[in-house]
Design a protein around this ligand. Structure first.
Ligand code: ZN
Length: 206
Protein backbone atom coordinates (compact mmCIF):
# COMPACT_ATOMS: atom_id res chain seq x y z
CA UNK A 1 0.00 0.00 0.00
CA UNK A 2 1.12 3.56 -0.60
CA UNK A 3 0.89 6.27 2.07
CA UNK A 4 -2.61 7.42 1.13
CA UNK A 5 -3.90 3.86 1.20
CA UNK A 6 -2.23 3.26 4.53
CA UNK A 7 -3.84 6.41 5.97
CA UNK A 8 -7.21 5.17 4.79
CA UNK A 9 -6.50 1.77 6.27
CA UNK A 10 -5.70 3.34 9.64
CA UNK A 11 -8.84 5.45 9.48
CA UNK A 12 -11.06 2.49 8.62
CA UNK A 13 -9.54 -0.12 10.89
CA UNK A 14 -8.47 1.56 14.12
CA UNK A 15 -11.11 2.37 16.72
CA UNK A 16 -9.18 5.39 17.81
CA UNK A 17 -6.00 7.15 16.74
CA UNK A 18 -4.34 10.54 16.76
CA UNK A 19 -2.12 12.09 14.16
CA UNK A 20 0.49 14.80 14.57
CA UNK A 21 2.93 16.50 12.23
CA UNK A 22 5.86 16.76 14.60
CA UNK A 23 7.27 16.31 18.08
CA UNK A 24 7.53 19.08 20.61
CA UNK A 25 9.07 16.64 23.10
CA UNK A 26 12.80 17.37 23.60
CA UNK A 27 15.05 14.72 22.08
CA UNK A 28 12.52 13.43 19.57
CA UNK A 29 12.43 14.02 15.83
CA UNK A 30 10.86 12.34 12.86
CA UNK A 31 12.93 9.93 10.79
CA UNK A 32 13.95 11.30 7.44
CA UNK A 33 11.22 10.98 4.84
CA UNK A 34 8.44 10.55 7.37
CA UNK A 35 5.86 13.31 7.43
CA UNK A 36 3.41 12.16 10.07
CA UNK A 37 3.27 10.56 13.50
CA UNK A 38 0.40 8.22 14.27
CA UNK A 39 -0.66 7.42 17.83
CA UNK A 40 -2.80 4.42 18.63
CA UNK A 41 -3.00 1.15 20.48
CA UNK A 42 -1.11 -1.00 17.96
CA UNK A 43 -1.76 -4.30 19.68
CA UNK A 44 -3.27 -6.91 17.43
CA UNK A 45 -2.52 -5.22 14.11
CA UNK A 46 -1.58 -7.58 11.31
CA UNK A 47 2.21 -7.86 11.17
CA UNK A 48 2.50 -7.14 7.47
CA UNK A 49 0.32 -4.02 7.72
CA UNK A 50 2.20 -2.86 10.82
CA UNK A 51 5.47 -3.16 8.96
CA UNK A 52 4.16 -0.99 6.15
CA UNK A 53 2.81 1.60 8.58
CA UNK A 54 6.17 1.76 10.35
CA UNK A 55 8.00 2.14 7.07
CA UNK A 56 5.92 5.17 6.13
CA UNK A 57 5.10 6.91 9.38
CA UNK A 58 6.39 7.50 12.86
CA UNK A 59 4.47 5.22 15.18
CA UNK A 60 3.83 5.82 18.89
CA UNK A 61 1.59 4.44 21.62
CA UNK A 62 -1.36 6.74 22.22
CA UNK A 63 -1.38 6.21 25.98
CA UNK A 64 2.13 7.67 26.25
CA UNK A 65 1.55 10.90 24.35
CA UNK A 66 -0.55 14.05 24.16
CA UNK A 67 -0.91 16.53 21.36
CA UNK A 68 -0.38 20.15 22.33
CA UNK A 69 -3.69 22.05 22.22
CA UNK A 70 -1.91 25.06 20.78
CA UNK A 71 0.50 23.81 18.07
CA UNK A 72 -0.67 20.21 17.68
CA UNK A 73 2.82 18.82 18.16
CA UNK A 74 3.40 15.81 20.36
CA UNK A 75 4.54 15.63 23.97
CA UNK A 76 5.25 12.59 26.12
CA UNK A 77 3.08 11.90 29.14
CA UNK A 78 5.11 8.93 30.37
CA UNK A 79 8.68 8.96 31.57
CA UNK A 80 11.16 7.33 29.21
CA UNK A 81 14.22 7.83 31.43
CA UNK A 82 14.94 8.66 35.06
CA UNK A 83 15.39 12.39 34.56
CA UNK A 84 12.36 12.85 32.32
CA UNK A 85 10.08 15.73 33.17
CA UNK A 86 6.84 16.74 31.50
CA UNK A 87 7.35 19.23 28.69
CA UNK A 88 3.80 20.54 28.99
CA UNK A 89 1.42 22.16 31.40
CA UNK A 90 -2.15 20.94 31.75
CA UNK A 91 -4.56 23.88 31.56
CA UNK A 92 -8.12 23.49 32.88
CA UNK A 93 -7.30 19.88 33.76
CA UNK A 94 -7.67 18.72 30.17
CA UNK A 95 -5.77 21.02 27.83
CA UNK A 96 -2.08 20.14 27.55
CA UNK A 97 0.09 22.88 26.07
CA UNK A 98 3.76 22.30 25.31
CA UNK A 99 6.50 24.46 26.81
CA UNK A 100 7.50 25.78 23.37
CA UNK A 101 4.08 27.37 23.03
CA UNK A 102 4.05 28.59 26.63
CA UNK A 103 7.45 30.24 26.30
CA UNK A 104 6.12 32.27 23.33
CA UNK A 105 2.83 33.30 24.87
CA UNK A 106 2.71 35.78 27.77
CA UNK A 107 -1.03 35.24 28.20
CA UNK A 108 -0.59 31.50 28.69
CA UNK A 109 2.23 32.20 31.11
CA UNK A 110 -0.01 34.44 33.22
CA UNK A 111 -2.64 31.72 33.35
CA UNK A 112 -0.08 29.08 34.21
CA UNK A 113 1.43 31.16 37.01
CA UNK A 114 -1.92 31.15 38.79
CA UNK A 115 -1.45 27.40 39.32
CA UNK A 116 1.90 27.94 41.03
CA UNK A 117 1.54 31.17 42.98
CA UNK A 118 1.52 30.95 46.75
CA UNK A 119 -0.31 33.91 48.23
CA UNK A 120 1.40 34.94 51.44
CA UNK A 121 -1.82 36.28 52.96
CA UNK A 122 -3.64 33.00 52.39
CA UNK A 123 -1.24 30.59 54.01
CA UNK A 124 -0.88 29.57 57.59
CA UNK A 125 2.69 28.38 57.87
CA UNK A 126 2.08 26.81 61.26
CA UNK A 127 -0.78 24.75 59.92
CA UNK A 128 1.19 23.19 57.08
CA UNK A 129 -0.97 24.87 54.51
CA UNK A 130 1.72 25.59 51.94
CA UNK A 131 0.71 23.96 48.69
CA UNK A 132 4.19 23.79 47.26
CA UNK A 133 4.54 23.46 43.50
CA UNK A 134 7.76 23.99 41.68
CA UNK A 135 7.79 25.78 38.36
CA UNK A 136 10.02 23.73 36.10
CA UNK A 137 9.97 25.55 32.78
CA UNK A 138 13.23 26.84 31.40
CA UNK A 139 13.37 30.19 29.61
CA UNK A 140 10.37 31.38 31.55
CA UNK A 141 11.35 34.81 32.77
CA UNK A 142 9.40 35.54 35.94
CA UNK A 143 10.83 39.05 35.92
CA UNK A 144 8.63 39.71 32.86
CA UNK A 145 5.65 39.06 35.10
CA UNK A 146 6.71 41.40 37.90
CA UNK A 147 8.47 38.85 40.09
CA UNK A 148 11.84 39.34 41.73
CA UNK A 149 14.18 36.63 42.93
CA UNK A 150 14.77 36.85 46.70
CA UNK A 151 17.68 34.50 47.34
CA UNK A 152 21.29 35.18 46.39
CA UNK A 153 22.48 31.59 46.26
CA UNK A 154 20.26 28.85 44.88
CA UNK A 155 18.38 26.77 47.41
CA UNK A 156 19.32 23.11 47.26
CA UNK A 157 17.49 19.97 48.15
CA UNK A 158 18.99 16.52 47.65
CA UNK A 159 21.11 13.70 48.94
CA UNK A 160 24.30 15.61 49.68
CA UNK A 161 24.95 16.95 53.18
CA UNK A 162 23.46 20.39 53.64
CA UNK A 163 21.07 20.07 50.71
CA UNK A 164 18.04 20.30 52.91
CA UNK A 165 16.38 23.57 51.97
CA UNK A 166 12.66 23.27 52.53
CA UNK A 167 10.12 25.65 50.94
CA UNK A 168 7.97 25.70 54.03
CA UNK A 169 10.86 26.65 56.29
CA UNK A 170 12.01 29.24 53.79
CA UNK A 171 8.60 30.95 53.82
CA UNK A 172 8.34 30.59 57.57
CA UNK A 173 11.57 32.49 58.02
CA UNK A 174 10.32 35.50 56.08
CA UNK A 175 9.21 38.63 57.85
CA UNK A 176 5.49 38.25 58.58
CA UNK A 177 4.40 41.57 57.06
CA UNK A 178 6.45 40.82 53.94
CA UNK A 179 4.93 37.37 53.74
CA UNK A 180 1.40 38.70 54.03
CA UNK A 181 1.83 41.44 51.47
CA UNK A 182 3.43 39.33 48.75
CA UNK A 183 2.80 36.36 46.52
CA UNK A 184 5.49 33.77 45.97
CA UNK A 185 6.76 31.28 43.45
CA UNK A 186 9.37 28.58 43.70
CA UNK A 187 11.16 27.92 40.44
CA UNK A 188 13.58 25.13 39.72
CA UNK A 189 16.95 26.30 38.46
CA UNK A 190 18.69 22.95 38.18
CA UNK A 191 17.71 19.31 38.31
CA UNK A 192 20.11 16.42 38.59
CA UNK A 193 19.77 12.81 39.59
CA UNK A 194 20.64 13.51 43.20
CA UNK A 195 19.54 17.03 43.93
CA UNK A 196 17.68 20.02 42.64
CA UNK A 197 18.26 23.70 42.98
CA UNK A 198 15.53 26.24 43.18
CA UNK A 199 14.83 29.90 43.74
CA UNK A 200 12.17 31.92 45.51
CA UNK A 201 10.45 34.76 43.68
CA UNK A 202 8.11 37.35 45.11
CA UNK A 203 5.71 39.98 43.84
CA UNK A 204 3.64 42.38 45.95
CA UNK A 205 -0.07 41.63 46.21
CA UNK A 206 -1.84 44.71 44.89
ZN1 ZN B 1 2.73 23.49 21.49
Amino acid sequence: MNQEQLKTWIEDNLDWYECSEDYSEPGYSKDEGKELIFFANWNGIDEDIMEQIEENFMVEWSDEWYQCCDCGKSIRTQADCYHWQPYYHMFNECEPVCFDCISENAGLQETLLKDFIIKGNEIDIDKDSVNFRLLQINDFELEDHGFKVLNQDHYENGFHPGQDDDPKTILKNLDVSFLESNQFLFKQSEQSQFYMKFDLYSKPIN
